[in-house]
Design a protein around this ligand. Structure first.
Ligand code: HEM
Length: 426
């Protein structure tokens, strides 16, 4: 079966371009081959067809998970994520897990976390002066938020060792080539081999996390997502096991840490180059704050694709596609279509206030369908609180030209880390 057109360059070249300059690569292939486009990279064994038209995106997100599972695309994460992880499950098991893990993200429960998130944001930004590489600071902030608010860790005695153990494991998980190679081999050649070291790091992290779970079982409090997850009951009325809770907490860490940090560093990168937007943030208008967050996520999405693997032939956007290939909603292209977003490359939060409401299948930084980001309400709330805290800072770019997009593991970040100058005269 013919696949849609795409670059004929070797997979090695496409992998390199996709990794080093993801935005330029996607822009180029879209410009040259249109929509859909087929790419070949080392990240998948078979070609991947990218779609960005909202009708095709809707069809893709509505595909039966038995035909187009997503969990298989994250299989390489399994050694860290664990067997109960929402990230690697598909079908009914995935839906069951999704119902459970979404409990803390609903309405009032979620809003109750806002003051604590705001407090952490203010404490972090309050220490800024001079040149600040916002990506590093936002990694620190989003990790702190997850450890305290998601994991419910209390006091330095719990937080300090957890921080260290997270770094030791995530540094390996973030190195995709290493992770892929190790998950293929998975041979423990002793504690000094890469796999052996990784296993030890995960064991240490698990031991610390399970200690926190045990303490919160005894004294759950009401100020963390873990406290809410402890109240879960399955269809037989059973509470979650420790291993299950562990996999839920790790899923929230793996999915929520780098994505939020990348999006926030883009927010600072854009804000520093748009003083009028920054000035308007000071008015503390909730609608404008929300518009800024939505526009950052549109113009600089942290993830470029939402991939699915086709287990059976399927039809998307009028194209017949064979089993075995990968298909993806291309978030980056969908969010940059000139036909849907006038002056798509421009950062204009006003478009969310003045213009017509966008097609929901074109604003897809959180993916869609049954796999849509389970943490989206929390991610947006965290971004709003950081932007609110940023309103009072004096910031300007270190260099006037915009930062380019580069890939860092799965996420796309500003290539100079969203560097800004804080303080002094504006
Ligand atoms: C700005 C930050 C974030 C972005 C851009 C983002 C984006 C995404 C995307 C694109 C997906 C895949 C959707 C698909 O395949 O259709 C996803 C899945 C997921 N995200 Fe997020 N995310 C962010 C923050 C978070 C946070 C803070 C959490 C939790 C604390 C979280 C938890 C999850 C989970 C659990 C999934 C898996 C859902 C499933 O498989 O059913 N994310 N996210």
């Amino acid at each position: 079966m013919d696949l849609p057109p795409g670059p004929r360059a070797p997979a090695a070249w496409q992998t390199l371009a996709w990794t080093v300059r993801p935005a330029a690569f996607l822009h180029r292939v879209h410009h040259r081959f249109g929509d859909p486009v087929t790419i070949r990279t080392y990240w998948t064994d078979e070609p991947m067809v990218l779609f960005s038209h909202p009708d095709a995106v809707r069809e893709l997100f509505r595909l039966d998970p038995a035909v187009a599972p997503a969990g298989q695309s994250w299989e390489f994460l399994r050694p860290f994520a664990g067997p109960h992880s929402i990230l690697v499950l598909d079908g009914d098991e995935h839906l069951r897990e999704r119902r459970l893990i979404q409990t803390p993200f609903h309405g009032e429960r979620m809003r109750a976390f806002r003051p604590a998130v705001a407090e952490l944001a203010r404490a972090e930004l309050g220490s800024w002066s001079g040149r600040v590489v916002t990506l590093e600071r936002m990694k620190r902030l989003t990790l702190e938020t997850i450890l305290r608010i998601v994991f419910g860790a209390r006091g330095e005695i719990e937080l300090a060792p957890l921080r260290e153990a997270v770094h030791a494991t995530l540094d390996t998980v973030r190195s995709m080539p290493r992770m892929l190679a190790m998950s293929l081999v998975q041979r423990d050649l002793g504690p000094r081999s890469p796999w052996g070291r990784f296993r030890l790091a995960v064991e240490r992290f698990d031991a610390l996390l399970l200690e926190v779970v045990a303490r919160r079982r005894a004294d759950p409090g009401s100020d963390s997502m873990l406290a809410l997850l402890l109240e879960q009951r399955d269809e037989h009325g059973n509470p979650p096991t420790d291993r299950h809770l562990r996999d839920q907490l790790v899923a929230l860490l793996a999915a929520g840490h780098d994505t939020s940090a990348a999006s926030l560093s883009w927010a600072f990168e854009r804000l520093a180059r748009h003083p009028a937007v920054h000035a308007r943030l000071r008015e503390d208008d909730p609608a404008y704050l929300d518009a800024v967050v939505k526009e950052v996520l549109r113009v600089r999405p942290a993830l470029t694709i939402a991939p699915r693997r086709l287990l059976e032939p399927a039809r998307i956007g009028g194209r017949a596609l064979p089993a075995g290939i990968h298909v993806a909603a291309c978030l980056w292209l969908a969010l940059r279509r000139e036909d849907l977003w006038p002056h798509a490359a421009e950062f204009r939060p006003e478009r969310w206030l003045d213009g017509p409401a966008p097609n929901p299948m074109s604003w897809i930084p959180f993916g869609g369908g049954v796999r849509r980001c389970a943490g989206a309400p929390f991610a947006e709330m965290e971004m709003r609180e950081v932007m609110r805290a940023a309103a009072d800072l004096r910031i300007r770019p270190v260099r006037p030209e915009p930062e380019r997009a580069r890939r860092s593991a799965l996420v796309v970040t500003p290539d100079r880390g969203g560097e800004i100058l804080v303080g002094g005269t504006p």
